[in-house]
Design a protein around this ligand. Sequence first.
Ligand code: AMP
Length: 195
Amino acid sequence: MLNIVLFGAPGSGKGTQSAKIIDRFGLHHISTGEVLRDHIRRGTELGKTADEYISKGQLIPDELMIEILDDVLDKEEAAKNGVVFDGFPRTIPQAEALKKLLAKRGTELHAVVGLEVPEDELVERMIARGKETGRADDNIDTIKKRLDVYHNQTLPLRDFYINEDKYLGIEGAGKVDDIFNDIVDQLLRKTGGDK
Ligand code: AMP
């Protein structure tokens, strides 16, 4: 079994590539953004709190986000067979917490797939996604804030995982299938073909 973090800026293709990785390796998908959007759709208290941060392009506070993930890992049985974490961790404290959350379940993180996409392409992709899906935070003002947050709070994780020898850098601009093939090659190399 594998636990993988899919890492990258907003708009880098995490959702698209997650779906393909899950199919290929039989893993469970946890997107913290999707978990939060589901709460917003259902109008829960947590959804109301989350919406205040998401609509400003800010991160949900670490403590709350870690609690939510802990809960999702307990409730979603399929997580025991290996997970693709999409959108988590986004800060160093979240990365430290992920290590503990997995250790307490007798497992660990095997690899971090980092999708590396030039900034102008990220903006274009998010604008297009906003038009197609109506996703509320895919508007130019919020996109700019999310990219700032990414640079300041999330990008330091790249070095964090390079130091842990878990980071696989992937050229994330180009054709979806070519990017995916590169991910599979690098993952198999890293994990010795272990499923
Ligand atoms: P995403 O769908 O991953 O782009 O996430 C959309 C929004 O949800 C982000 O801009 C954050 O406001 C919030 N969010 C998702 N994951 C996290 C996380 N791990 N930590 C804090 N906020 C998050």
